[in-house]
Design a protein around this ligand. Sequence first.
Ligand code: AMP
Ligand code: MG
Length: 399
Amino acid sequence: MISIEEATKIVLDHSKSYGEEMVPLSEATGRILRQDIHADRDFPPFTRVTMDGIAIRYNAYANGLRKFLIEGMQAAGTPQRTLLNPEGCLEVMTGAILPENTDTVIRYEDVKIENGTARLQANGIQKGQNAHFRAFDRKEGERLIPAGAIISPAEVGVAATVGLPSLKVAKLPTVAIISTGDELVEVEQTPEPHQIRTSNVYTIASTLYRWGIRPDRLHIADDMDATKAKLSACLEQYDVLILSGGVSKGRFDYIPAALNALGVTKLLHKVKQRPGKPFWFGESPNGKIIFALPGNPVSAFMCAMRYLRPWLRKSMGLAPIDHSYAVLAEDFRFKPDLTYFLQVRTFVDPDTGRLMAVPAEGHGSGDLANLVDADAFLELPRGKDKFKKGKVFPLIPYR
Ligand code: AMP
Ligand code: MG
């Protein structure tokens, strides 16, 4: 049995790259950008009026002028006009290009317009006010977004404004999520008294949707030949197999033996952790990655969050772990020499602003209802049995 640190290293040392693809902007959210995005023009591309009002030459105001003859109108979306009389003004609208020979905008609220003139009603006019000057934010050619960014609505907006209807992103692996066990029936079915509905495949699939991965869901019966046949087909068809169940010591836990018979290399089996001790991880000769997670729902979910997610992040070119921490809110005891992934409910302490984690243990790794009452796992290290209130530990949030 190995430590979680060793297990993490083995998993991350086997990250993969699945290449790149173009996706339309409308489908890019959540994907990982694989190109730098540069400004195709200055930001803003022209000096933009930011208030409805009049545009003047500041010099005229500085020289004491308070009444400006209106020469005309500069609306948004019209080509740039030129102020002819240095003591005149043009009416300007938000989003319009600032007229040539003007440098300052006075909002309508601060002028009175009568008989074709605008009379100033306010003091303290500043040169350049209410104008967003060309290239003030970014210059043409400047890198706006580096490759490797997670595409959020902010990146989508920038890509649209520089004229990119599609983006180069990290290609996603094809994934099969496979349940095992003769006690399992489909969600639509009514279980017999000795049966349960499969939930793990849905939980795990749900952790992948965030990245845009749409896994296939499959099932394998507790039968060695069927297990081998199905796994063999999946190893051809998919980049990643995520199994749940069948990796413990039960007489029908065929997964490790079947994978071994198919030539898959076992990279790890059993980790000093609770839940999730029976976790198995391997790679096939043709480079397919296999996460064989324990069957218990809390274990499967925890392993998906703690091992599968960092592996995926690294495979897509992100830092594997986006470190989160929380303060243990109550004294806690855990005896076994295992890393304990304690289910917790978190809240922000209004006095300190710190994220607090309240133990919400539930009734073990089969208690999937408790996952709904908790919102994260707090990673309590091995080699201790008492954990003091106020201490900070790594947190794996899942909401
Ligand atoms: P196993 O590792 O196959 O011995 O399974 C451990 C426990 O997890 C058993 O109680 C199984 O019924 C349960 N289990 C296995 N697979 C699933 C699944 N897909 N959904 C819900 N529970 C499962
Ligand atoms: Mg089973």
